[in-house]
Ligand binder design. Structure first.
Ligand code: AMP
Length: 576
């Protein structure tokens, strides 16, 4: 652990990417394989592998309390240290006493973190965290705390960790990236790289891989001109999900790679009726059977909201808000990985899959939790199209010009969808990457995905709830505030968020609480303005919260570059 803390200090101390990679590669090459595997995982900002369901469930408030106790300092002293550094890890380093010995080896730190995750209740968790911090030297504690808060702030990303692995074990970077993408486990990637067996990495069913992301298109003209041949689909307003269909198991994973199967039980049976050994990409949407043409239609996101954030659903809610899985891509089928095939081939494969007769799934496949919870829903919904009930192929359209695309866009809005997705028919599937092979066309001038950094009590009837949110975008490793919004969420959402913020306050300044930067919002606004009020140098005019985005990670929010570009665009458009 001590060598790792030294390496982290050195990596954090240099702004140069290549130097960060060199330092980490040197550490990995000099460590045993298991230590290197554990370090690679922790330094890519995770405590557990991406495909694992385990989470630490240790909030800032708990860490704050444990640090105070372990150091034997008052809240005021800790708050002063926190204000000096703006980082809980660095504050811990300052207040914790020097100790002999030091933290246990990394692999044991990993085991203790697993115990913390498994422990139930804050008191047990706190005792285990305290044990860990009390064995550590202050500098080690600094990184343990940073690891636990999920925010290392030393300028490393998983892509740099991959480069370091390639360098440490003399492997081609492409082989490391591919293995890591397929395995969803950087520690396992290290083990294979160290053994010279990266080529053996295989896609595994029930282990999600990263989602391909889209870039915004300015307008129909830009989208129409981007590809020689494009596939146009509606942009459905739901939540993204990767469906894994095995012989006797079906799983749905969210964009954050969490298993959300239990929340959508009516999708299990129709998915299980697909040929076994399939991975689909698609959108879970609220579904209405009452469409004009008798085929059903997707409803806007607001309708789906009641189904979100639940591990299981009541039968009543299942009836009130039915969902469908709208599939738009296939990543794996018939024992073959399809991500390197062009979209035209994947689209044909998807079509064939969804047109195939339904398989009779094994009993286990439709009973993920071991019980037949919703017997009435195992049969496909009778009025939905195709042999797979509520698993529906996203309609595919073509447009030869900007005008045709414009018309499709209006039709999509007419169907209640968010806009269009325009995809390069020759494009491969790039997991975890936001590229220009998929373009999204939406109506709003612009929206930004931001993270809440501070909250305040509201006014009037909202004086007892934390309803005023200050939010930030990313500027490299830092977060910089760009605005403050007061409205947009329902009273129930505000009440729920208030509880969360009270439990995840990093610093309480009385009138204002700095909170853990984890709540992602999508905000709309009328314009970007220059401002001295925020560190970013910008502020948003009339910001309003469109919705909470629990499906997005703080690492996925927009960057200051996008704010700058939007600002510049406004000026470019002004008549001279
Ligand atoms: P955004 O969340 O605004 O960045 O837009 C991208 C998201 O649109 C994807 O992550 C999907 O969840 C969603 N989406 C809806 N329909 C489609 C579609 N036909 N193809 C790809 N993504 C879609």
């Amino acid at each position: 652990m001590q060598r790792l803390a030294d390496t982290c200090d050195a990596i954090g101390g240099t702004p140069r990417r290549s130097e960060k990679v060199r330092l980490l590669a040197e550490y990995l090459a000099g460590a045993g394989v298991e230590d290197a595997a554990a370090a690679a995982l922790l330094l890519s900002g995770r405590v557990f592998a991406a495909h694992e369901e385990t989470t630490l469930q240790v909030g800032g408030a708990l860490l704050w309390r444990v640090i105070g106790e372990a150091a034997g300092v008052t809240d005021t002293t800790l708050a002063a240290a926190y204000r000096r550094h703006g980082d809980l890890g660095a504050a811990a380093e300052e207040v914790l006493p020097a100790r002999r010995g030091g933290a246990p080896p990394l692999a044991l730190v990993g085991a203790q973190l697993r115990r913390v995750a498994a422990a139930r209740g804050p008191a047990t968790k706190a005792a285990l965290v305290r044990e860990l911090l009390e064995q550590a030297a202050p500098r080690e504690a600094k990184y343990l705390v940073k690891i636990m808060t999920g925010d290392l702030r030393i300028g490393l990303r998983e892509s740099l960790v991959e480069e370091a692995i390639a360098k440490a074990y003399g492997a081609p970077i492409a082989a490391v990236q591919r293995a890591d993408m397929l395995l969803g486990d950087v520690a396992e990637t290290v083990r294979l790289a160290a053994a010279g067996r990266l080529g053996e990495a295989r896609m595994r069913l029930m282990h999600p891989i990263g989602f391909m992301l889209a870039s915004p298109a300015e307008d129909a003209a830009e989208a129409a001109l981007s590809f020689p041949a494009a596939q146009v689909e509606d942009k459905y307003d739901g939540i993204r999900a990767q469906a894994h269909v095995g012989h006797d198991e079906v799983k749905l994973f969210s964009r954050t790679l969490d298993d959300v199967t239990g929340a959508f039980p009516e999708l299990t049976a129709p998915l299980a009726a697909l040929p076994a050994g399939v991975i689909l990409d698609g959108e879970i949407v609220a579904w209405s059977e009452q469409a004009d043409d008798g085929t059903g239609r997707a409803l806007p996101f607001a309708a789906l909201q009641r189904r979100l954030g639940r591990k299981s659903v009541s039968t009543a809610l299942l009836r009130e808000v039915p969902v469908a899985y709208v599939a738009f891509d296939v990543l794996y089928a018939g024992g073959r990985l399809l991500i390197d095939e062009p979209l035209r081939a994947r689209a044909a494969a998807l079509h064939a899959l969804l047109a195939a007769p339904a398989r009779t799934p094994s009993r286990r496949a439709v009973e993920p939790s071991g019980q037949l919870a919703f017997p009435g829903l195992v049969a496909p919904a009778p009025r939905a199209p195709g042999p797979h009930g509520r698993v529906i192929r996203a309609a595919v359209r073509r447009a030869a010009s900007a005008a045709e695309l414009e018309a499709l866009f209006e039709d999509a809005l007419g169907r209640g969808n968010e806009g269009l997705m325009v995809k390069d028919l020759d494009g491969v599937y790039t997991p975890g990457r936001r590229g220009r092979l998929w373009l999204k066309l939406k109506r709003e001038l612009a929206t930004l995905d931001v993270v809440v950094t501070a909250v305040e009590y509201g006014h009037g009837k909202r004086h007892e709830v934390l309803s005023d949110y200050t939010f930030a975008v990313r500027d490299g490793e830092r977060l910089v505030n760009v605005g403050k919004a007061y409205s947009g969420l329902t009273d129930a959402e505000i009440a729920g968020m208030t509880d969360w913020f009270l439990g995840h306050t990093a610093a309480d300044h009385g009138f204002l609480r700095e909170v853990e930067p984890r709540i992602v919002l999508e905000v709309a606004f009328n314009a970007v303005m220059r401002s001295d009020r925020h560190e970013s140098g910008y502020t948003l005019r009339f910001p309003r919260i469109l919705r909470l985005r629990p499906d997005k990670l703080p690492s996925e929010i927009d960057g200051i570059e996008r704010v700058r570009a939007l600002f510049d665009q406004q000026h470019a458009r002004r008549p001279r």
